[in-house]
Ligand binder design. Structure first.
Ligand code: NAP
Length: 246
């Protein structure tokens, strides 16, 4: 399927992107802003967020905002405070791209350490869950609310040595399906994207020996990211879609 949206598809919308400082999240923030959205850049490394901010401003897109937040340590209260800030500053929130993620350590199952397990589950699942709970009241006020999670090929088909990361992505897809089903009679659409192998730091740490030149760049997979966030995606709910179908 061709995913195409109007050039101004996200005009007037406020969209939160987690992990917006690098990799796919960085590009998604830029692409959403290019299509008219006011983008809220959330991440843990302020310098990286500032560089995306500057790029958006220099391009003349709507002025973004930065929320520095380490999802490893953040509590429910952090997310509730964040929502208050968003409501005060923008008065609305139309969509969220849950993109921040930790790969953790790839290892045999019997060698998964509890701390490494906890960290990956905290960032990829629990923090994403707490943030979603906190922002849903605002998203549900939007006429076109969107929640987009990020899964992986190992989020619906387990693979040796992918341990906690794979388990966390199964949980992510479960969270997406539960929420999508609950909201199926509303205008809020809840889906997940499997980016497929994409040229980022995370991919390089998972596959250090591969030639990254053979991989798609984050920009190449943006049509799906835009489609699911835009009014054009209003008929899709409860799906995990491959950005690079075979
Ligand atoms: P990436 O380049 O490593 O970017 C991940 C982003 O998440 C970074 O901006 C990172 O911030 C942020 N992040 C990590 N831990 C965080 C925390 N505790 N608090 C706040 N932000 C945090 O990875 P990517 O490849 O773009 O991955 C994006 C998403 O796609 C992830 O959910 C990943 O699982 C998924 N995915 C990627 C691929 C692929 O081939 N690239 C394939 C399948 C799925 P810092 O920059 O500050 O570290």
């Amino acid at each position: 399927m061709e995913y195409q949206v109007a050039a101004d598809a996200l005009h007037g919308k406020v969209i939160l992107v987690t992990g917006a400082g690098d990799g796919i999240g960085r590009q998604a923030a830029l692409s959403y802003a290019q299509h008219g959205a006011t983008v809220i850049l959330l991440g843990r490394t302020v310098k990286k967020l500032e560089s995306v901010y500057d790029e958006i401003e220099a391009a003349g897109y709507p002025q973004p905002a930065i929320i520095p937040l380490d999802m490893l340590g953040a509590t429910r209260q952090h997310y509730l405070d964040m929502v208050d800030t968003i409501e005060q500053q923008f008065g609305r929130l139309d969509g969220v791209l849950h993109n921040a993620g930790l790969l953790g350590v790839l290892s045999p199952f019997d060698q998964i350490e509890e701390k490494a397990y906890d960290d990956v589950m905290q960032v990829n699942v629990k923090a994403t869950f707490l943030m979603t709970q906190a922002i849903m009241p605002l998203i549900q006020k939007s006429e076109d609310g969107r929640v987009v999670f990020t899964s992986s090929t190992v989020g619906h088909s387990g693979r040796a040595f992918w341990g906690t990361y794979a388990m966390s992505k199964f949980a992510t897809e479960g969270m997406m399906q539960v929420l999508a089903d609950e909201l199926s009679n509303t205008t809020v659409k809840v889906n997940a994207i499997n980016p497929g192998g994409t040229r980022t730091k995370m991919r390089a740490s998972a596959f250090p020996a591969e030639d990254a030149n053979n991989l798609k760049k984050p920009l190449d997979i943006m049509p799906l990211y835009l489609y699911l966030m835009a009014p054009e995606g209003k008929d899709i709910n409860g799906q995990c879609i491959d950005a690079q179908p075979k």
